[in-house]
Write a protein that binds this ligand. Sequence first.
Ligand SMILES: C[S@@+](CC[C@H](N)C(=O)[O-])C[C@H]1O[C@@H](n2cnc3c(N)ncnc32)[C@H](O)[C@@H]1O
Length: 272
Amino acid sequence: MLTDLYFNTLRDLIYENTGIVFDDRKRYFVENRVREHMEELGISSLKEYIYRLKRDKNVLKDFISKITVNETYFYREYYHLKALAYLVQTESFGFPVRVLSLPCSTGEEPYSIAIVLMEVLENPVKFEITGVDIDRNALRKAKEGVYSRRSVSKLPGRYLEKYFDRIGEEMWRIKDSVKRRVRFYEGNILDRLFMKGLGRFHYVFCKNLLIYFDDRARVQAVNNLYDVMVDGGYLFLGHAESISRTSSLFEPVKVEGTIVYRKVREEEEDEW
Ligand SMILES: C[S@@+](CC[C@H](N)C(=O)[O-])C[C@H]1O[C@@H](n2cnc3c(N)ncnc32)[C@H](O)[C@@H]1O
């Protein structure tokens, strides 16, 4: 159904608005999502559909929501949470500790961070967590805070009992005490101005996003992350992601057996 011309137009539109690269192998995936979306909108011509995507921000946002991969769960890559717990107890950045989870998808990552910090910091008033994602539908779920067995299956049982209310056979709602710790915003990691508006963070989790980008978008994203971090702040990337080759802005350090990236001080960076 998608001719080369239409596929390329859609691919460019996705890239310009998200940084995500779709190559030919993903044509079938894009085609399915487009068909589904056109049906929902009651549009039968691709030409009209693309016109709507370009003209109507809401239509574009729903399309982006359809093509993003929101896969996530509580306590994913636990070793990073362990490293964070260690760092917040040993580093002296001062308080409140500020953590950014970008992309946060449906909320499991920032809420996992909140649980860890509530466990290790004596006074839970001392931290703030910001969750950001480009997908407004994922954010809606994050704010709702209702999760299935699949999402919580890696979470230790004692935390499930302590921080969730069971609301059905296979459904749990995160307690308000955790929910209150996280603020969610819709935004694009490649939007420099939006990123600057978030303020500065001591710890940034940017996991399982850069894998979808090409080098150009990856460099832009890493530069924007650098700008929202304090000197010496720590960046956590997904296990398949590494920035050592693309960036001199961060140095890899081993913390509790895992690699995290420490922001090189801004003056030192100027000397490069
Ligand atoms: C696989 S999830 C990762 C969630 C979580 N960090 C984890 O590792 O479990 C990827 C998320 O990136 C979001 N995303 C894609 N492009 C983005 C962009 N340019 N800016 C912000 N978020 C983006 C998607 O909407 C999706 O929710």
